[in-house]
Design a protein around this ligand. Structure first.
Ligand code: BGP
Length: 468
């Protein structure tokens, strides 16, 4: 089964600050939009998570031992600016210097995002990305990080703009839990794009050293069954979830064909988008200045037309078959019986990764180098005891098939230069908690002990195929 990796391939594991660090109330950290929300929800706590705040040396050491050469991290905005703005918090700044140093000392290159779903509570209360002041504060925070963390050479502005907007305002499983508030969703998508573009422009105008880009999760949409009506539903969902953001990022304009479909979605939901004067010029300017693109890929959706009222249920427990999603005037998610699914009802379809890589590289000439910045399998791993390797064969199969799809696209000319598995170590999942594990390394959340999974050994084997 073992294939080989290309020379200089970036081979990493991904994390996000709030999902791994824990230590949410130490060293002057401010609250994010999650702290009070999770407390009120009472299902699980972000403390101590994987206690990465204290145990990062161990995790970086494991990464090195198992053949990784890169890690995705995010900076928690509220460790640096507890309120989102104002005076920087020295201990937060010092923590990230220690963390980056540890990575670099071990030959693990850090790829760092500035925002991974963790808006400061103060700004969240004031409208989050719907309030344009958040954009200004984000630019100031970004500028501070570029000046301060000169040891970082690979930056991403925002992680998964669509997941944040969609989960907050359509699916309702992220705070503030709105359902089918389509106006807020599309506005948040647009405002986050403006924030990203302003940061890219600043990075380039000020001549900071290094590379910058953003991360989109791409979820291909296939009609099922393939009828003309369902094909149209798939196009609408695709425009709303993928094309709107890709156009905004790499063309600096929303193509007429994209807007036709997006407007159809907005109209069916009595929603509207407000584009402020000057926004499109900002997007245009940034559209040629991204050094690379981070693509996250998990699954496609299969869609049939739907014109009834919107309704959804979210499977956040891993009880197979409990999710449903019906979006008025867009479509409903259906099960394609030929496609296997996870316990959380996510479709397993590696070809979707290949399809998306081809599409992005063929459609967007400003999209240069691509890194797969997340891909992995949420799975209920079976703990085997202290010091015992955990058998996670289904995860190996999943990663193996996706690497295969990546290499196929690469062989056909798509410039993919790296792969980050989600996730490096087990961590908590925003809307699912601690039983949805993704890590190469198992975390015993009672003791914080790390155990090795077979997938980590497999990862190492593949790393060893890379030519020197
Ligand atoms: C992405 C996020 C990650 C992560 C992952 C898995 O959307 O960037 O933060 O959590 O998906 O999703 P989940 O935790 O919902 O299974």
């Amino acid at each position: 089964r073992v294939k080989s990796l290309p020379k200089d391939f970036v081979w990493g594991g991904a994390t996000a600050a709030y999902q791994v660090e824990g230590a949410t109330q130490v060293d002057g950290k401010g609250k994010t939009m999650w702290d009070d929300y999770l407390k009120a929800q009472g299902r699980f706590s972000p403390d101590p998570a994987s206690d990465f705040y204290h145990l990062y040396p161990e995790d970086i050491e494991l990464a090195k031992l198992y053949g990784l050469n890169a890690i995705r991290l995010s900076i928690s905005w509220t460790r640096i600016f507890p309120e989102g703005y104002g005076e920087p918090n020295k201990s937060g700044v010092a923590y990230y210097h220690r963390l980056f140093k540890c990575c670099l000392d071990n030959g693990i290159t850090p790829y760092v995002s500035l925002h991974h779903f963790d808006s400061p509570k103060t700004l969240f209360d004031d409208g989050d990305w719907l309030n344009r002041k958040t954009i200004d504060y984000f630019v100031t925070y970004a500028d501070f990080c570029f000046q301060e963390f000169t040891e970082v050479k690979n930056w991403f502005t925002i992680n998964e703009l669509i997941s944040l907007a969609f989960s907050q305002y359509v699916q309702g499983n992220f705070p503030p839990s709105h359902h089918f508030d389509v106006t807020s969703a599309i506005q948040a998508e647009h405002n986050e794009l403006v924030a990203h573009a302003r940061v890219v422009n600043l990075f380039k105008d000020k001549g900071y050293e290094g590379r910058i880009g953003l991360i989109h999760v791409l979820q291909p949409v296939y009609p099922y069954p393939n009828t003309p009506e369902n094909a149209h539903a798939a196009e609408c969902e695709d425009a709303f979830m993928n094309t709107f953001l890709l156009d905004g990022t790499f063309k600096g304009e929303y193509e007429p064909e994209t807007m036709k479909l997006v407007n159809e979605v907005l109209k069916a939901n009595d929603a509207h988008l407000n584009i402020a004067p000057g926004d499109m010029a900002i997007l245009k300017k940034a559209s040629t200045r991204n050094d690379y693109f981070g693509m996250n890929y998990y699954q496609p959706s299969f869609v049939a037309a739907y014109h009834g009222e919107s309704t959804n249920t979210f499977n956040g427990t891993g009880e197979k078959g409990t999710s449903s999603f019906k979006f008025k005037g867009v479509g409903q998610h259906v099960k394609n019986p030929e496609i296997p699914t996870t316990d959380w009802d996510w479709n397993i379809y590696p070809k979707g990764l290949y399809d998306m890589l081809k599409r992005v590289s063929e459609t967007y000439e400003n999209c240069k180098t691509i890194y797969i910045t997340e891909n992995g399998l949420g799975y209920k791993d079976n703990y085997a005891g202290v010091g015992k390797v955990i058998d996670d064969e289904p995860r190996i199969d999943f990663i193996d098939q996706h690497i295969e799809a990546l290499l196929k696209a690469r062989n056909e000319g798509v410039d993919v230069q790296g792969y980050f598995v989600w996730s490096l170590q087990d961590q908590f999942s925003w809307a699912n908690g601690y039983n949805k594990r993704y890590g190469l390394f198992y975390v015993n959340f009672d003791t914080q002990a790390r155990e090795i999974k077979k997938s980590a050994q497999w990862f190492k084997e593949l790393a060893d195929t890379m030519p020197d």
